[in-house]
Design a protein around this ligand. Structure first.
Ligand code: PLP
Length: 405
């Protein structure tokens, strides 16, 4: 049994007062907060361990290399990946998807090939594919959304054919909270010989992910949504595919031998990691993973499911409110509109009560187009939120409604 009060107290920023109210931080989908142990790890790294990695024979360089590479092992364990070579460090989900779209796409896509995306994708899983489609002559097909915010898998089945080379879909929608049936989506893609990329940015912070069971070719996520630092992320890839793909960026560390008559490249994972990486962020992310592991991802999922139920009970007492994303299989993300009150206005009033929510299109404009709305108000919860945060949100919504009345 976890002491969730004690866990919440480990996050210094949650003690902030905003406009005289206790902060209710409900924008975890955008970026999560860091516990004390993760914050202090950054200082201790700089105080005792910092040097450039992979190159130096001196003590500090070797220490920093070992610590940084320890994060790779933690990530591989977290994902149940087969090997360390499959864990490529990037600057985040966006960078990871761009890497795959450009490197894999430039080698394996040609004129008339098809890429399947879904209507609920984050722009990070749309635009890189549009860019490579334009270069290669590939076409993009889109799995539409049902009214409850789930994907229409019947239409997906009809879109698949022998020209489908890539299916790139989100594991959990950042706007709707929908948890997609990714195992089924992957199995269907494999039936036609297509490759699959899963954008896991909103899954890894909230649930255990087992990549050996899932069988995706690529899986991506960002550290800053997992109590870790900004500017750091992961690309997991199928080893033989990664080996067959050309490097994405050139420079130091990604090479084996450089000469003007020709250059050869380093082994995986370094082939895709050119230049000095954000070493401190990598070390700090290792600490964040230790922190999450200590609580346990299943415990985190249960806690957040309880908080979602608690919130939905509160939402039932509200009127003139439309919810977007009502699947039974969803994470603790609540997207809504308050009749004709503009989301930005609602967000501004909620902020006066210390309630931090996200407003707008959440980098998912096709979802907004699908529902014919300008944006939503999104409350996205984390395990360190509590009932008081949710009560503050409900009260803030009532105040917003009475202000506009
Ligand atoms: N994909 C999803 C589902 C997201 O929620 C986000 C960020 O909100 C991204 C991709 C992009 O992540 P990053 O900005 O960390 O690269």
């Amino acid at each position: 049994m976890q002491d969730w009060n004690n866990i919440r107290n480990q996050f210094p920023v949650l003690k902030t007062q905003v406009n005289g109210y206790a902060l209710s931080y409900l924008d975890n989908g955008a970026s999560s907060q860091m516990p004390e142990s993760v914050i202090t790890r950054l200082a201790s790294y700089h105080q005792h361990e910092h040097a450039n990695i992979h190159r130096g024979v001196h003590y500090l360089s070797q220490t920093a290399t070992t610590t940084y590479e320890e994060t790779r092992r933690l990530v591989a364990d977290f994902l149940n990946a087969e090997s360390l070579e499959q864990i490529i460090f990037t600057t985040g989900t966006t960078d990871s998807i761009n890497l795959v779209a450009e490197s894999w796409g430039s080698s394996f896509l040609s004129d008339g090939d098809e890429i399947i995306l879904s209507e609920m994708e984050h722009h990070a899983n749309i635009v890189p594919w549009q860019m490579i489609a334009q270069k290669t002559g590939a076409n993009i097909k889109v799995i539409p959304l049902l009214d409850n915010g789930e994907l229409d898998l019947d239409i997906y089945a009809n879109l698949l054919n022998e020209r489908t080379k890539m299916v790139a879909v989100v594991h959990v929608s950042n706007t709707l909270g929908t948890v997609n049936p990714v195992s089924e989506i992957i199995a269907m893609a494999k039936n036609v010989g297509a490759r699959v990329l899963i954008d896991g940015a909103q899954a890894t912070p909230h649930m255990a992910v087992n990549l050996q069971e899932l069988g995706a070719d690529f899986y991506t996520f960002s550290a800053h949504k997992m109590c870790g630092p900004t500017g750091f992320g992961v690309l997991y890839g199928n080893k033989s595919l990664l080996e067959a793909m050309p490097p994405y960026r050139g420079g130091g560390d990604m090479i084996d031998k450089v000469s003007f008559s020709g250059t050869t490249y380093n082994d995986l994972p370094h082939k895709f990691e050119a230049g000095t990486p954000p070493i401190a962020s990598g070390v700090v992310f290792g600490e964040a993973l230790r922190y999450l592991n200590k609580i346990g991802m299943d415990e985190i999922a249960q806690r957040e499911s309880y908080l979602l139920k608690y919130a939905m009970k509160g939402f039932k007492s509200l009127q003139r409110l439309q919810l977007f994303g009502t699947s039974n299989n969803k994470t603790a993300v609540i997207s809504f509109l308050l009749d004709d009150i503009h989301p930005t206005d609602a967000g501004t009033i909620l902020d006066k009560y210390g309630v931090a929510v996200r407003t707008g299109h959440h980098c998912t404009q096709p979802i907004m187009e699908r529902f014919g709305i300008p944006g939503t108000i999104r409350a996205s919860l984390s395990f360190y939120n509590n009932e008081a945060d949710i009560d503050a949100l409900i009260n803030g919504i009532k105040e917003t409604q009475s202000f506009f009345n």
